[in-house]
Each structure stands twice: as structure tokens, then as C-alpha cells.
Ligand binder design. Structure first.
Ligand code: BGC
Ligand code: NOJ
Length: 820
């Protein structure tokens, strides 16, 4: 084993900050704790017992390996190895063989997972990763004999091919049991189902050494009545050399060898995906064209090549993370900001809400609002990809500003089956575009010509798209002058026009009422919060008239909130289709909701007259508890057709009184706006995984990434998390902590320094790369305040105010900040 575990650890694992890894020391975690491999198209999900699956670009249409959802035992199926010594069979990740291991570690790192385990003094070191720019997962497996005597060993690999379309693969057995085709050529096993007809792609699984056998038919390898834990071939000690004809094709290599005393042997397995252009599908004699596969396998056929690829991957991540690094008084804060929160933001950006252990990868496309918000967490790391994403998203907007709720990543076209009318959607485009411009200074993006409704004939500038977003609200106001909610706003489960009595109906797509009455105070807050930025942009570009027009609408909206959106101690949530208030003292349940408190205060409403503080005190009193801030209180205990899906959840879960983590940073930011750094940080620590590590058993999901939901105070299981990894929580928490709590905030004209921290925090240092220059910022808080920059020095010279200018690319500047 490498490093011995540090003292501070839970029973399941610990953070290794130096290697940027989370180290799991017990394979039986409270739930599978997973990692993601791949950065740009080729992806694998991998659990701490090597469960999971692989796909290329689209988790539904290009699924390479099979996974069974909601399986028993949990997380069965993956890319597995069996090591056999005499009658003893074990697996490097404990599963599937499940023989007790003498040692076990799973080290989830940035883009790779490493498994270190041993049994009978045979040590295994398995590293799985997707090399940069490669359509393959590489697995380096080393075995060492740590005894004085030679050992005879066998090694079996195993993966199960998915017949490409993950949904069809799970349902269309009458066809699929007859279509499967494979080919074995030396150590290369090819999966070529449907290649003979319309597919121009195949997959392969290779190892860089001779093999002593193989299997490609699942039944031949496992036995019809066995699970993965005890395959017949492994028990027998010999591969079947089977060729699959239909049924369920797999790939298994069989290796037999001797390890001398102290000897280490290494193998490299490559699971790859190949696309051949139409004219190059076949060789002259009509065979599968394997050239690209052989080249890919050759790219990683030696230890040196793999070591180099791993080093390149580490550099790639270091370079991304370097854009924002803090060295502060709390290691948990440091590891969240420097490593895990940024990492999760990248994964969420890549996967949207498609493939996790809670999202099946066959259901959802890219969400319009989700993808816009995900950008908040990555614009500083990958501005070029953010730019491309913004233009893709904008192209799914309609001319009236409304937007497809989702689009498909392979085609980038709006998803007509879901349609539109989620009336918050258009506004998020303003926020993401502005975040991108503030980070990069790339105002030119506004001139890009972008289609409406994916129709090139209907193209206009991106700026025109932002105007359309703004006007979509202006043109869709309800009886109180507040925005009509449509099918739902950010809260997908507040379906005020649905009135569904049919259990087979989707709350997301059904609208049974005209929708001319129900209004959202949350959208009102969003409109002002993002609309103010829109106005600033117009002024920056000299569009004075447009700025003034927009300002008049913002003013009118502020008045509407004052008159109809304030409930006495907090902001009201909405008006239902009968014009009755939701989130009001007048309600028995659902009296107060989190969303409008966050958004109205971020919009600046109530900051000057005390209402913001009153609302935040109400949040603190009624919504906040040990494990976060719940979405609404009291939770609904019965189904309300007039509210929709929100009232379908048992109390305390999901949108009905759960801590819907995505919304908590809105309150953190609001607290910073009223100067309450202690509360903002306190809320931050209730959710941030590294701070919750101590609750690992209760929390259940990974202690290194945010989950979408933590059960609320009225739930039967308060504090228990679900839906980890793919959630807007990642981006919003990152945005809140880096820009509002630590307070290093990009603006059009430079970096604003405006921390709002706990009074007891003595200071911190941040290295920020911004528009090509490096800012080495050191914040001191000797007077113990929460907020307020007393003096700033740049390169030793006192400067006025707290805005750092844009410096020349590649220049380096030392900034000292005195709070007081
Ligand atoms: C969930 C929401 C989710 C929506 C997406 C609902 O069942 O509660 O969180 O956004 O489905 O379709
Ligand atoms: C999850 C969805 O992905 C997101 O779009 C929505 O805002 C939240 N659920 C809240 O309902």
C-alpha cells in the first residue's frame, strides 16, 4: 500500500489532498461511490467496486457496455477482473468475486480511479482512465507476488456488450437475442453487432499480451444460472473460447502465468470505440476494417505510453484547476474550492443530467435551464467550450424568446416531445452569457449569428436572443403584473396549470389549463436580477434607449413585487391558477418557499428597507436546519391537483420539503448581500461534502460531491442524500463560495474584490487567473469584520476602491486586501 491513512478519516475513507484523491478503504460504502472517466466524448462511470458502464457521446444511443439499473445487489455489472490462485478467486475492486480482501483501497482521482488490493500476498494495482483525446478506456493492471515462492495465477477480464441503444437493449429481446455479433482476433475481441447494416461503428476490447483463451458468449462464461460473482469458466479454471451468436455477447480475456518471488507483471487493457467512414468499413476481402482499433491499442501497448498519458491527464486537470486556487484556514474549504467542487462542475457540464447512478442515461436530453446554469461553474476553466455551449443552447430558442426545455446532445436540436413553456428558461440564457462575458471580456460573442428554433433561415445575433429572453417575460405577465409561470419555473414540480388526475400523465408535459393566471414571484426576482445585468450590458454597448426601455420594465416588476409579492415576513412564492397565493401566511402548508427569498434579494428587492433581512430571518427560523435549508415548509401532506408534482412527494423529500441543494446557494448569496458572512458560511458548511464527511453513513452518497437532494427535517430520514453528481448544486455552490463568500468576482471591467466571510476568519490567499493574467490575492481580516474592503494594494501600491483592472496577458500581480 502507498501512504498510510491519515488520522482523520471516517470508517469508509478520507481525502488525500496531495494526490487530489478520495480514498475509499471499505468496499461496502453506504451506497456505490462513483467516479467519471473521460473529458470529451468517451466516458465511463466507475464505482468503488469497478461497477458501471461506458458510452460514446450519447448515453442512450452509443452505449458500449451494459448496465442493469436498480439491480440487486446494488451496482451489479461493470468492467470486472477475476484473479484466481488455486481455488481462490478474488477481484481487485472486491466485486464481483466478493472474496474478503486482505487490503482494499479505491482511489478516485481526477479522471481516473485506482484500485489497490491484495489477497494471499498477491498485490493488485489497477488504474482505469480515459486518455485525453482518445475514444478508449485504458486499464493498467499490475500484479505482484509478495512472497518468497513462485505463484501460478490466472486472470480473467469481463465486460458485457450493450447492443448500442441502451433502451432498446433492455426491452427488445425478441430481436436482440438474434443480432449479437463478435469476432476474436488474437488478443482483440470485437463487438460488431449491426455493423453489417447501418452502423459504421464497432467496439473492441484488447490486451497487450498473448492470451490463453477467451469467451464472448455470456452463457458460456457465466453459466446460465450464475451471477457475476462465480462464473463457471473461472470456477473451472479454463476459458470456453466461446463465440457468441446472438444472445448476450461479452468480452473476456483469459491469461495464465507464473509470478516469481517478488515479481511484478503488468498488462494493459484497452476498451475502444471506432467509427469508420462509409467507404472504409470493410477490407478488400470483405472483413471488418480493424486498422483504427489496432492503432488505438498500439497507442497504449506499453507501460511508458500509459504513464505518459496519465501524466498528460494530470497536467490537464492541474491546468484547469489552477484558474482558482485558495489557501485558507480550513482544509475542507480548500479541498472543496480547489479540487472537488471544480471537478464536479466539469463532470456536470459534460454529462448534463444524462448518466449517473440516479439518471439512467436513456431519459433526458440537455436541459435549457440546467445547461445554462452549469456554465456558471466552468466558464473560468473552459471558456471556449462554454462559448460553444452558449451558442448551441441559444439555437434552441424560439423567436418569441421561449425555448425548448431540452435538446439532444448528438443532434443539438430541440426536443419536440417535451416542448416549451417553462417560463423561467429564457432568462437563464442571459445569466450564462453574461457570466461568460464577464469572465472572458469576449463581447464579440454577442455578434454571433444564431438560429432560432434550429432554423438557419431564422438567425439573428446572440444579443437579439438575449433581448428575446428579456421580452418573453415582458410579454407574458399575469393579473398582478408578475410573470406567468407556464408549465413550471425552476421548480419543475410546481405545476400550476396541470391539474392532473391521471397517473399516466406527465407533470412536465401536461397543461390542462390555459395558463393565463398562475404567476411566479421567483421569475419576477430572476427577471430583475438578470435584467439589471442586461441593462448594464446595453449601457456598456451604448444602447442607451434599449437600456432605458428595459429599466422601465424592471421598475414595473419591482413595483409588482412590492405590491403583490411580499407577504409580511417573506416573499410570496406564486399565485395559483385561481389567483390564490402560494407560500403565504394564508396557506396551511407550503407557507414559505426558499426560491423567491433567494431571487428577490439577489434582485436587490428589500435591501434598502429591511425586508431582505426579515425574509432571511424567516428562512433561518422556518427553513434552515442542521442538514441544509429545506425548499418549503410545512411540506404538503396530501395531493393538491392545483399544485401538481410537488405534492406527490412524501413530506421532506425532493421538492416537497427536502433540502433541494441547488437552491441553498441563493440564500448564501442573499446573506452576503446583507453582509451576514457568518450565516452565509454556516449554510455553506451544512451542504459542502467535505464538511459533511463526518455524516458519511447517514448521508449515504459520495462525501466528495454534492447531491441534488438531502432529505429535509420533516422527512422520515433527515440528512440522507440522493441523486449525487449531476446537479445544478455544483455550479451554484461554486459560484456562491468563490464569488460572494470569498468574493473574487469577475465584472465587465475587472475583478471585484468583495469578500463576505465569518468575522472570525482571519484571512486567506487566492490565486486567480483572469483574462490571461495571474492575480495573487491575499486578504487580511485583523479587525474581525465580515465584509468591507478598507484598503487594497496592487504590487505594493495603494489603489482606490476594490476593483482590480484587467492586466496584460501573462502578467503577474500581487494584491493585498485589508478588510475593516
Ligand atoms: C423531479 C425534478 C426534476 C423533474 C425532471 C421531477 O420528478 O422531482 O427534480 O427536475 O422530474 O423531469
Ligand atoms: C432538477 C432539474 O434538473 C432542474 O431543472 C430543476 O430546476 C430542479 N430539478 C428543481 O425542480
Amino acid at each position: 500500500m502507498p501512504e498510510k491513512p491519515p488520522n482523520k478519516q471516517t470508517e469508509f475513507g478520507y481525502f488525500d489532498d496531495e494526490h487530489k484523491e478520495y480514498v475509499i478503504i471499505d468496499p461496502k460504502t453506504p451506497y456505490p461511490w462513483i467516479n467519471y472517466l473521460g473529458n470529451d466524448g468517451f466516458y465511463s462511470l466507475i464505482s468503488n467496486t469497478t461497477g458501471g458502464y461506458t458510452f460514446y457521446k450519447d448515453a442512450k444511443f452509443r452505449r458500449l457496455t451494459r448496465y442493469r439499473y436498480n439491480n440487486v445487489p446494488v451496482d451489479s455489472g461493470g468492467k470486472y477482473f477475476y484473479i484466481r490462485e488455486g481455488g481462490c478467486v478474488w477481484s481487485p475492486g472486491w466485486k464481483p468475486a466478493q472474496a474478503p480482501l486482505d487490503q482494499y483501497q479505491c482511489r478516485h482521482g481526477l479522471g481516473y480511479s485506482r484500485f489497490l488490493s491484495s489477497k494471499r500476498q498477491v498485490h493488485c494495482d489497477l488504474t482505469c482512465f480515459v486518455p485525453l483525446g482518445t475514444r478508449a478506456e485504458v486499464q493498467r493492471l499490475r500484479l505482484s507476488n509478495r512472497t518468497e515462492a513462485p505463484k501460478k495465477l490466472q486472470l480473467y477480464s469481463l465486460l458485457e456488450w450493450c447492443l448500442w441503444n441502451a433502451e432498446d437493449d433492455m426491452t427488445n429481446f425478441q430481436r436482440n437475442f438474434s443480432t449479437g455479433e463478435v469476432e476474436v482476433d488474437g488478443s482483440h475481441i470485437y463487438h460488431k453487432t449491426e455493423y453489417r447494416e447501418r452502423r459504421d461503428h464497432y467496439a473492441f476490447y484488447s490486451v497487450n499480451s498473448e492470451i490463453q483463451g477467451f469467451d464472448t458468449d455470456r452463457e458460456a462464461f457465466l453459466g446460465l444460472y450464475n451471477g457475476f460473482e462465480a462464473p463457471e469458466a473461472v470456477t473451472r479454471g479454463r476459458a470456453g473460447n466461446s463465440i457468441a451468436h446472438g444472445w448476450s455477447p461479452i468480452a473476456s480475456h483469459f491469461l495464465e502465468f507464473e509470478l516469481g518471488p517478488g515479481e511484478t507483471k503488468e498488462w494493459i487493457f484497452v476498451l475502444g470505440y471506432v467509427e469508420n467512414p462509409a467507404g472504409e468499413k470493410w477490407t478488400a476481402d470483405g472483413g471488418l476494417n480493424k486498422t483504427r482499433a489496432l492503432q488505438m491499442a498500439a497507442d497504449f501497448d506499453s507501460g511508458e505510453k500509459v504513464t505518459r498519458a496519465l501524466a498528460a491527464l494530470a497536467d490537464y486537470w492541474q491546468n484547469l484547476l489552477d484558474a482558482y486556487q485558495i489557501s485558507g484556514p480550513d482544509t475542507r474549504l480548500n479541498r472543496m474550492v480547489n479540487i472537488w467542487n471544480q471537478y464536479q462542475c466539469m463532470v456536470t457540464f459534460n454529462f448534463s443530467r444524462s448518466a449517473s447512478f440516479f439518471e439512467s442515461g436513456i431519459g433526458r436530453g440537455m436541459g435549457f435551464r440546467d445547461s445554462n446554469q452549469d456554465l456558471l461553474g466552468v466558464v473560468h476553466m473552459i471558456p471556449e467550450r462554454a462559448r460553444e455551449r452558449i451558442l448551441d443552447i441559444a439555437a434552441t430558442q424560439f423567436e418569441d424568446g421561449s425555448a425548448y426545455h431540452q435538446y439532444q446532445p448528438l443532434t443539438k436540436r430541440g426536443n419536440a416531445a417535451i416542448g416549451k413553456n417553462f417560463n423561467d428558461d429564457p432568462l437563464w440564457l442571459i445569466q450564462s452569457t453574461l457570466a461568460y462575458i464577464k469572465e472572458t471580456g469576449d463581447f464579440d460573442i454577442l455578434e454571433e449569428s444564431v438560429p432560432f428554433d434550429n432554423d438557419p433561415a431564422k438567425a439573428n445575433s446572440l444579443f437579439a436572443h438575449l433581448t428575446a429572453s428579456f421580452d418573453h417575460v415582458v410579454n407574458n405577465l399575469g393579473p398582478h403584473g408578475l410573470p406567468l409561470i407556464g408549465r413550471a419555473d425552476w421548480n419543475d414540480c410546481l405545476n400550476l396549470n396541470c391539474f392532473s388526475q391521471d397517473p399516466n400523465e406527465s407533470f412536465q408535459t401536461t397543461e390542462n389549463r390555459a395558463g393565463e393566471v398562475a404567476e411566479s414571484v421567483m421569475i419576477a426576482g430572476m427577471f430583475i436580477a438578470f435584467g439589471r445585468d442586461y441593462v448594464a450590458l446595453c449601457r456598456h454597448r451604448g444602447h442607451t434607449e434599449e437600456a432605458e426601455r428595459a429599466e422601465r420594465h424592471l421598475q414595473a416588476m419591482a413595483t409588482a413585487i412590492d405590491r403583490h409579492g411580499w407577504d409580511g415576513d417573506w416573499f410570496l412564492r406564486a399565485y395559483d391558477a385561481a389567483g390564490k397565493p402560494i407560500g403565504s401566511h394564508a396557506n396551511r402548508q407550503g407557507r414559505i418557499f426558499i426560491e423567491p427569498q433567494g431571487f428577490c434579494i439577489m434582485a436587490g428587492v428589500g435591501l434598502d428597507d429591511g425586508r431582505a433581512r426579515t425574509a432571511l430571518d424567516s428562512v433561518n427560523k422556518l427553513l434552515a436546519y442542521e442538514h441544509g435549508i429545506v425548499l418549503n415548509y410545512p411540506a404538503y401532506t396530501q395531493y393538491h391537483p392545483e399544485y401538481g408534482e410537488i405534492s406527490t412527494y412524501p413530506q421532506g423529500y425532493k421538492e416537497n420539503g427536502g433540502v433541494f441543494c441547488h437552491s441553498n446557494p441563493w440564500i448564501m448569496i442573499a446573506e452576503t448581500l446583507v453582509g451576514n458572512g457568518d450565516r452565509a458560511f454556516d449554510y455553506y458548511t451544512r451542504l459542502a461534502p467535505a464538511f459533511r464527511e463526518k455524516h458519511a453513513a447517514l448521508h449515504k452518497t459520495e462525501p466528495y460531491v454534492y447531491a441534488q437532494m438531502i432529505a429535509g427535517k420533516e422527512a422520515a430520514t433527515p440528512g440522507q442524500a440522493k441523486n449525487s453528481w449531476l446537479t445544478g448544486t455544483a455550479a451554484w455552490n461554486y459560484y456562491a463560495v468563490t464569488q460572494f463568500i470569498l468574493g473574487v468576482r469577475p465584472t465587465f471591467d475587472g475583478l471585484l474584490i468583495d469578500p463576505c466571510i465569518p468575522a472570525a476568519m482571519k484571512g486567506f490567499q487566492i490565486t486567480r487567473k483572469f483574462r490571461g493574467a495571474t492575480y495573487e490575492i491575499s486578504v487580511a481580516n485583523p479587525a474581525g469584520v465580515s465584509r468591507g474592503v478598507q484598503q487594497m494594494w496592487v504590487d505594493g501600491t495603494a489603489v482606490a476602491g476594490n476593483l482590480l483592472p484587467v492586466f496584460a496577458p501573462r502578467s503577474y500581480h500581487r494584491v493585498e486586501v485589508l478588510l475593516g
